[in-house]
Design a protein around this ligand. Sequence first.
Ligand code: HEC
Ligand code: HEC
Length: 345
Amino acid sequence: MKSWSPYKNHRLFTGTVFGVFVGLTVLIAVQPAAQIQANNAPLPTAVALTAEQQAGLRVFIGEGCVACHTQQVRNIDMDKTWGGRPGIPADYAWRKRLDVWRATPSTLGSERTGPDLTEVGERQPSDLWHLLHLYQPRSVVKESIMPAFPWLFEDSVAGTPAGLALNIPAAWRERGNRATIVPTRKAQHLVAYLLSLKQAELPTGEEPAFLAFSTPGNALGAAAGAAPMAAPGAAVLPDGAALYTTHCQACHQANGEGLKGAFPPLKGSSVVNDKDATLMVNIILEGYNARPEYGVMPGFAAKLTDAEIAAIVSHERSSWGNTAAPVTADFVKQLRALVKPVAAL
Ligand code: HEC
Ligand code: HEC
């Protein structure tokens, strides 16, 4: 007779343990990894590393630079010095495996003995400075406690291009070396990598050409007032599509699909299609930073009127296949009354 006791039925015992193992692996490792993989694309303005820069990244990892340097701008005041904006997942989307044997390196870092390097290519664009600094940090920054990396340099041999020779002050030469010192390939790659470190611009930087049409009080106001299709008596809303183009499209894109790892899609969004538009309107009024897989959305309470927000919301709820009912300016007005006044309006 078959026993159901795990102490007696070894097949049952092994099968259960194996099943639980596979189940947990899928749940806590495979599924989250697949989700991140699917929601991951570089910003349109981001450029992938060249072969040389990628080789430099290998040196960066190999020399352990990551032990003292982070590459993450956090969303807090003290990090403002390190970048123009907080980092978002899309910033890391171009990262590739080092080689077949080594996984994609994590350069985020956890310790800032030295400065964050997210934008060091912007802050310190001189390759010569970087070379001197790597050969001997104290030759350019007197109080530096960064270790020197002299093994990334060599004495000049016949055939090295003269332009590469480093003008190192005698006091800092290794063991009184009098030879001409030149960077190795590794050092050149490393510096190419350091110079490539810049934050990609968010697409918000670009101003749509027809901005002038949607500022309240000029062309748009006039156009809306003259809208011939409005039902008599109904409050006429401004053109939601034009307002969307001006204020939301840079992030959420013309097709409403957003950008992976940066801005969520509004097409098919449960928030946008919710029968109750309260959350949606609040997000637009106050901004939103709820999910780590996306960047920060700014609030528009100070920039848009109730009617404009109602127009945009109604536009989004009826575009790209979304099919939720429109909202009125009064609805927005009621919600705005509940929002804490934004400082310095
Ligand atoms: C033991 C910690 C430590 C290690 C390891 C280290 N650094 Fe540094 N680094 C520092 C400190 C401290 C500073 C600030 C003083 C200075 O500029 O030298 C610094 C500064 C820098 C700067 C200038 C940043 C700026 O904003 O001006 C660069 C670039 C840099 N390091 C690159 C590297 C590279 C590349 C490596 C690996 C080859 C490396 N560091 C390894 C501690 C370290
Ligand atoms: C600077 C980029 C940016 C701009 C401009 C922007 N958003 Fe967003 N929006 C975001 C980000 C990022 C999120 C997700 C934030 C989070 O989840 O943490 C978001 C989330 C949303 C959501 C919630 C979607 C969901 O599925 O959860 C709505 C609705 C929304 N935005 C509407 C708008 C509207 C309307 C505008 C224009 C008035 C606008 N956004 C402008 C970046 C932006």
